[in-house]
Design a protein around this ligand. Structure first.
Ligand code: KG4
Ligand code: ZN
Length: 365
């Protein structure tokens, strides 16, 4: 397994012409207001995340309108904190990167508007970044970045996909969920039992003292020969289990462990199948659900048994952050892409989850 810790502070690169020299990234696609300064696409000088978990917890999920309002309040102070922590001012930056989609439209617009205003007022180059590509770019912020090509499992609250990543910034989606994302299934099962929000973290914790074989649950699409996933049927199986066993004693820990095991088994086996199909010897995990302890353990074991190298990002690079957006943005800035000031947020990205390329003044290398 590749050792993977966030990189420490370091001096910014000196090439004054390099738009990726010192990038401020902004992320507001869901319920985290985040800003980060990254040098040379690799060194995280600061990464500040203001979580809204407490605001949404009473509702058992993210309330879009509330998320937008909180971003409006939080984002400017978060940007100031990120600049201060990095020890730089706006005048020192070489470029800006902002999540353009996918995500909650109102939430995305807050980040996009502030990023555009900063870029315009300072005459800085700016790029829009796909949130999914950001999650993949988090791999390059690890202490030991992976070699490419690799097969990445991207599992979050909104997405569950397998990508073949040829090199940083060049990826192809091999499969994805046809309905719920894995994180969404965690959150919905937790909500069903009133376990709290976000559900993934709670289920992860409870499952540690549960028996993963206690309750038989389906492994959806495990043997369908594709690299696609489906988790809504598994969630429904839990709904039926709850209904059919009302009044009967069973341990919540066992339910959590059994549900988690079903999700993890499908995720691990399909990721392995993708690596085998494409003759790739490296694996990586990305996205919020990649923080799941059982998934990390099962994927590590599968990689070991099959002679594959695995990159496991540290937990703060799995969940939403802006360092990953700055890292992905650095590549696109260097490729000469630019975000037109009239560009809109894109709530749902086309198949593959990547933004359409906006060619800039420099040719893409
Ligand atoms: O990547 P992320 O922070 O935001 C999105 O892009 O969606 O992922 C959030 C998702 C939530 O569904 C949350 O329940 C899940 O990641 N999650 C976990 C764990 N930590 C966060 N799921 C399972 N186990 C965890 N430890
Ligand atoms: Zn995310």
């Amino acid at each position: 397994m590749a050792k993977c810790e966030p990189s420490g502070p370091g001096p910014a690169d000196s090439d004054a012409q390099d738009p990726g020299r010192l990038v401020l990234g902004l992320e507001t696609s869901c319920d985290e207001s985040a800003a980060s300064v990254v040098a040379g696409g690799r060194r995280v000088l600061s990464s500040v995340v203001a979580s809204q978990v407490k605001d949404h917890a009473p509702f058992g999920g993210v309330v879009p309108e509330l998320a937008s309002r909180r971003h409006l309040e939080n984002l400017a102070p978060v940007v100031r904190a990120a600049l201060a922590e990095a020890g730089v001012g706006l005048g020192d930056l070489s470029g800006l990167a902002v999540t353009q989609g996918p995500g909650l439209i109102g939430a995305l617009l807050v980040g996009l508007s502030l990023a555009k205003a900063l870029a315009w007022s300072r005459g800085l180059p700016i790029v829009g970044v796909s949130h999914l590509e950001g999650h993949l770019a988090a791999l390059d912020l690890c202490e030991e970045p992976p070699d490419y090509p690799l097969v990445a499992l991207l599992v979050s609250g909104g997405h569950t996909s397998i990508f073949l990543v040829e090199e940083p910034g060049r990826q192809r989606e091999l499969g994805q969920t046809v309905d719920d994302a894995a994180g969404e299934a965690f959150d919905k099962v937790a909500k069903l039992y009133g376990l709290g929000y976000p559900g993934g973290v709670v289920i992860d914790r409870l499952a540690k003292s549960g028996d993963p074989q206690a309750i038989a649950l389906p492994r959806p699409r495990l043997h369908d020969g594709t690299l696609d996933f489906s988790f809504s049927g598994l969630k429904t199986a839990v709904v039926y289990f709850r209904r059919d066993h009302q009044g009967e004693p069973y341990r919540m820990e066992d339910l959590c462990a059994s549900f988690q095991e079903a999700v993890v088994e499908v995720l691990v086996k399909k990721t392995l199948a993708a690596a085998q199909e494409h003759g790739v010897g490296r694996l990586a995990l990305a996205g919020g659900v990649a923080a799941n302890q059982r998934l990390r353990q099962a994927m590590s074991q599968a990689a070991r048994e099959n002679g594959l190298r695995l990159t496991l990002p540290p937990l703060d690079l799995c969940t939403d952050n802006a360092a990953m957006i700055a890292a992905a943005g650095c590549l696109h800035l260097r490729w000469g892409e630019r975000l037109p000031l009239e560009a809109d947020a894109i709530s749902r990205l086309p198949l593959g989850g990547m933004l359409p390329v906006e060619p800039g003044p420099a040719a893409r290398g």
